[in-house]
Design a protein around this ligand. Structure first.
Ligand code: NDP
Ligand code: 2IT
Length: 459
């Protein structure tokens, strides 16, 4: 009894201390609090994690690099942005994680993403540490030349801190094949060697087949394994998907392939509801619109009669994309895009599964409402891990100088997603009650990293 009281006090102190020492980093606090709540039963049962102060150590980034990026715009005017790399934890492998280019990027967002990445990467079963980086640069509305000059100048500084055995960045919001290409070209020139320092490279120059598809495909494989576990499947399921970028596009492709029907797609300006469903032809339209012309999703409604467009209204206290009725909801845009009100709408509409393609798209209140109402909730650090796992497969091909077929990479991706699914269930059964994928993912990821940190001493 007494020890439980002491633990409760130290638990509250841990979060209070974190908030006091990292003021204003609200997204980071949110990510830590979730993991902390899940691993509390583990830490209570195993004194070694307390003795070695694993929690206190794991929330402190090993290193944060922040730097000025200057570049010249098309009018010849110098522009200034801030670049970052948060090297969060390297206990089980070199730092690994994406780069995000978006005006909202700040230290809190990159620390939350880097923190999530530690556990996600541990779940992949590959030797990958956790990191994240990016810039408040906004690629939207910039010419190719401006994006290239920004990427080159970003890499001029970042190159001092990364390496194919040190830290291997990749894409995230605002960083796709084009940006990886410009950054890789500059790295190769600076270092005068062809190493696999970035993943998400083009297949003609060291990239892996299936890496572009991997996050979206992996999310849908994971969702399919969850449904199989309750003797169900994707076949015939209606799905709400948010976003229209890399993750959303390939999630839609795989849902269609497995016989599901996708009703929605979105960007930051608004969302589409297509009552006839998004088929393969409509998906090709979205890909051409988003990846080639870099246009707005509103255009989709002008193209297809069955579609309605709803413009984003930032004065609303909920996100109307989640007010439509569907069996599954797959948020694939950004953090905190699905709140408590949205979760209640999904519950009321009979949704059975919420699978996160984005990182931390559901608020803590939303997760509570979903779980308390019997909706299966798949946390991003498990369900979107297929992207970074396939980055790990790209690294393996680069290290060995080999190139695997699509079938081979896809086969390995499916095995990894199946293993993550089973490991989450196993860890949840051991430490919490019932098939709680959030508790399972946090615990399984934590145990691997915590044990590795203990084995390697106080570093
Ligand atoms: P993209 O840049 O390709 O696409 C992002 C999509 O989300 C766009 O449709 C974008 O709309 C929308 N979006 C971004 N920010 C906001 C916002 N603040 N409000 C509303 N909509 C927004 O990124 P990805 O598809 O790569 O990433 C999507 C999510 O998946 C992110 O959370 C990312 O961290 C996560 N993720 C990505 C992985 C990857 O391999 N790429 C791997 C694992 C997770 P608009 O164009 O209008 O900005
Ligand atoms: O959030 C993520 O896992 C990613 N953006 C992919 C990271 C990677 O290194 O492939």
């Amino acid at each position: 009894m007494e020890s439980t009281l002491i633990d409760d006090v130290s638990r509250i102190n841990f979060l209070d201390n974190l908030k006091e020492s990292t003021p204003g980093e609200t997204e980071f606090h949110q990510a830590v609090q979730e993991v902390h709540e899940s691993v509390a039963p583990v830490i209570e049962r195993h004194v070694e994690y307390r003795k070695h102060k694993i929690l206190e150590r794991i929330v402190e980034p090993e290193r944060i690099i922040s730097f000025r990026v200057t570049w010249i715009d098309d009018n010849g005017v110098p522009q200034v942005n801030r670049g970052y790399r948060v090297q969060m934890n390297s206990a089980i492998g070199p730092y690994k994680g994406g780069l995000r280019f978006h005006p909202s990027v700040n230290q809190s967002i990159l620390k939350f993403l880097g923190f999530e990445q530690i556990f996600k990467n541990a779940l992949t079963s590959l030797p990958l540490g956790g990191g994240k980086g990016g810039s408040n640069f906004d690629p939207k509305g910039k010419s190719d030349g401006e994006v290239m000059r920004f990427c080159q100048n970003f890499m001029l500084e970042l190159s001092k801190h990364i390496g194919h055995r040190i830290d291997i960045p990749a894409g995230d919001i605002g960083v796709g094949g084009r940006e990886i290409g410009y950054m890789y070209g500059m790295y190769r020139k600076i270092e005068n060697q062809f190493s696999g320092v970035l993943t998400g490279k083009g297949v003609k120059w060291g990239g892996s087949l299936i890496r572009p598809e991997a996050t979206g495909y992996g999310l849908v494989y994971f969702s399919q394994y969850i449904l199989e576990n309750i003797n169900d499947s994707m076949e015939g399921k209606t799905c709400l998907v948010s976003g229209s970028g890399n993750v959303a596009q390939y999630a839609i492709e795989k849902i269609i392939e497995l016989g599901g029907k996708v009703l929605t797609v979105s960007d930051s300006s608004g969302h589409i509801y297509d009552e006839a469903g998004i088929d393969a032809d409509k998906l090709r339209f979205i890909q051409e619109l988003k990846n080639e012309r870099r246009g707005r999703i509103a255009e989709y409604a002008g193209e297809y009669d069955s579609a309605h467009y709803f413009e984003t209204d930032r004065s609303l206290d909920h996100n109307p994309i989640w007010s439509h009725k569907a069996d599954c909801a797959l948020p694939c845009a950004t953090q905190n895009e699905l709140n408590g009100k949205d979760a209640q709408h999904l519950v009321d509409g009979g949704t059975i599964l919420v699978g996160e393609g984005a990182n931390m798209p559901c608020t803590p209140e939303a997760i509570n409402i979903l779980q308390n109402n019997g909706v299966i909730y798949a946390p991003g650090k498990a369900s979107n891990a297929g992207g970074v796992a396939t980055s790990g497969l790209e690294m393996a091909q680069n290290y060995s100088g080999s190139h695997w077929t699509s079938e081979e990479v896809d086969r390995r991706l499916q095995i990894i997603m199946r293993t993550i699914h089973d490991n989450c269930l196993h860890a949840a059964q051991k430490y919490s009650s019932g098939p709680d994928y959030m508790a399972g993912a946090n615990i399984a990821g934590f145990l691997k990293v915590a044990d590795s940190m203990i084995a390697q001493g106080v570093t």
